[in-house]
Design a binder for this molecule. Sequence first.
Ligand code: GAL
Length: 342
Amino acid sequence: MIPQSQKRYTHYFLIAFGEGFRYNEIADKLKKKKTLDEREKYMSILKNGTLWKDTNGDPIHAHGGYIIFHEGYYYWYGEDRREDFYVSCYRSENLVDWEFRRHVLTTRSATEGYRVRTNIQLRNVDGGKVNLERPKVLYNKKIKKFVMWVHFENGKDYLDAAVGIATCDSPDGDFVYHGHFNPYGYMSRDCTLFQDDDGTAYFISASRDNADLHVYRLTDDYMNVDTLVHRLWQGEYREAPAVVKIKEKYYMLSSFCTGWAPNQGKYAVADSMEGRWSTLTEIGDETTYRSQPAFILQKDGRVLYYGDRWDGEDYFNSSYVIYPLTEKDGKLTMEYADEIEI
Ligand code: GAL
């Protein structure tokens, strides 16, 4: 027979043991939760194809965009199709926590004619919005300005096929719009900018109803095209160009032309932007893992492909993806990823 005092002791022990067990269980749960939080917070994991939010908790509106690095910050520019907005700018130190900075180009932006451009409208004939797609921005040392190149359409149809230009003294200030034009009279649709290490910049855009892809070298101030360097891949209908330089070689990714629907990505390689470009090689799967190129960013030796996962039914449900690119012996591969750790 167990004496009463010992019984009580055993009872307490059992409670303590039980509590201890429960405590461990809770601690374990907390640990797991903490690990998950930490994973998301400190290991900076972005889930591809979900609605990424800015630091205010609002969805990031930066499609068809571009990221530049300037004085300690990454600046992400992209399409913002809401209300009177055209281009939004976000800022981040780590490529994960994005602080909304400004609607850098809107229907109300200041306009200022520029020598070689005549048309500076930021509203269509009905007073509605025009269409500004795929904004790209580079810093120009000569004029000490951030210069934006963006695909311009009148907001009603896709018949203008022009490029608009805007500038600003700071990366995230109010850009001043300088109008749009057709380079040398050519159509200019999906586009990108590329800045080489020596500061020479190139504008690449789809021409002849998307059949050919043009490469233009820009003037020193990035305010105009200087010369048409290439008319690439005649009749291949390449859109959404994005360029990256890896180990002294230039790689250009692009999509085929199927509107919002994703298709097979392809890339080409060249020894210089103005040199001879290879023919096109497939990359990713037949839908480029459900994405269309926006731009390519290099960080800490990694090559990151940023794509748009458009929702053709509901534009505002479109999301972003980042897939790592790997270069080996002049060949590029794209790695599928559900999530990416940055
Ligand atoms: C895509 C193009 C986008 C947008 C869309 C409109 O092919 O890459 O930038 O123009 O078509 O349908």
